[in-house]
Design a protein around this ligand. Structure first.
Ligand SMILES: O=C(O)C(=O)C[C@]1(C(=O)O)C=C[C@@H](O)C=C1
Length: 310
């Protein structure tokens, strides 16, 4: 039986993302009849995969308002290598959940996930004037705390309220409309899903403290017309003030341009970690796909065979 760890408890956005992955034709092949096991943090879910107590982990990866989900990125960057096999995206809107009978004026402590807090802070400031926002491990953990009486309110998916016997003070709350979060399905290294023509590849690497090292690494992508969709740096936490670069690019390891760029990046960077190539959510557009160079590769093959290359 396949086991999939996810950022729980039940009722989180990640729980909803896992449901969506189960319904996705490609990801459902990996997740058929999978047993879902809640974990307290992305790190814990990924550690279960590394330890072999789970086959996959479903974790939040990137939010359109708050950016990269750092606890996930940091956990992917160190420890035994892991690989991303699928992604899904969810619209993120919040219900402000309270125990029945709580009025807006009664809310002193609102506890929710830090990424959720970043998306409702303005609304809370305007509508819950006495509330102080504190952070907790997930939105649904916030809902459990409200049910237990250790917080007065949370910002969470409406389903977290149904599960925990809470009621909404407000629904469809979001400081910036149209926010989305991207979630990924992570497993131990294995052949990536086949190239679809609308794929993403993720790498993490270190760079020597030398002039131009970042420019040179990025030039390996730009000269091959490879589109970057996300770049960030995070402290290595090993040596003070040294960083790892996290890069998402458009294309698949089986795209010749991406394969060449990976070889070149491996040469120019330190500790390059390949985090996988996988189809973009919903078969949507990833961005400009890398050129396929089919004509040039054919030309090279003909040269190798000693044929008239033209
Ligand atoms: O706490 C949850 O419900 C989560 O699934 C985590 C998470 C995140 O890390 O971004 C997911 C989506 C929302 O952006 C807020 C929180």
């Amino acid at each position: 039986m396949v086991t999939v760890a996810y950022l729980g408890p039940p009722g989180t956005f990640t729980d909803a993302a896992l449901h969506r992955l189960r319904a996705d034709a490609r990801a459902s092949v990996l997740l058929a009849d999978a047993e879902a096991v809640p974990a307290g943090t992305p790190d814990e879910a990924l550690a279960m995969v590394r330890a072999g107590t789970a086959d996959y982990a479903c974790v939040p990866f990137e939010n359109s308002v708050d950016g990269t989900v750092n606890p996930t990125s940091d956990a992917l960057a160190v420890g035994d290598p892991l690989q991303i096999f699928a992604e899904t995206e969810l619209d993120v809107v919040f219900a402000i959940l309270v125990r029945p009978g709580t009025a807006a004026d009664d809310v002193r402590v609102l506890r929710t996930h830090p990424v959720a807090a970043a998306q409702v802070r303005r609304w809370v400031g305007m509508n819950l004037p006495r509330a102080h926002i504190e952070t907790t491990s997930s939105t649904a953990a916030g809902a459990e705390e409200v049910a237990a009486g250790t917080a007065d309110a949370t910002a969470a998916p409406a389903r977290a309220g149904e599960i925990n016997g809470l009621v909404p003070l407000a629904e469809n709350v979001a400081d910036i409309g149209g926010a989305r979060t991207r979630f990924v399905l992570v497993g131990r290294p294995a052949p990536p899903p086949p190239r679809t023509g609308s794929d993403r590849t993720c790498v993490i690497f270190g760079l020597p403290h030398e002039p131009n090292s970042l420019v040179q690494a990025l030039t390996e992508l730009s000269i091959r017309d490879i589109d970057l969709t996300r770049i960030g740096s995070r402290p290595t936490r090993v040596e003070r003030f040294t960083y790892l670069f996290h890069v998402d690019l458009v294309g698949h390891i089986d795209d010749p341009a991406v394969a060449e760029a990976l070889v070149a990046l491996r040469h120019r960077t330190a500790d390059l970690r390949y985090l996988g190539s996988w189809p973009v959510a919903g078969g949507g557009e990833a961005g400009a796909p890398p050129p396929d160079r089919a004509e040039e590769i054919d030309w090279l093959d003909r040269l190798r065979r000693g044929e008239d290359a033209g």
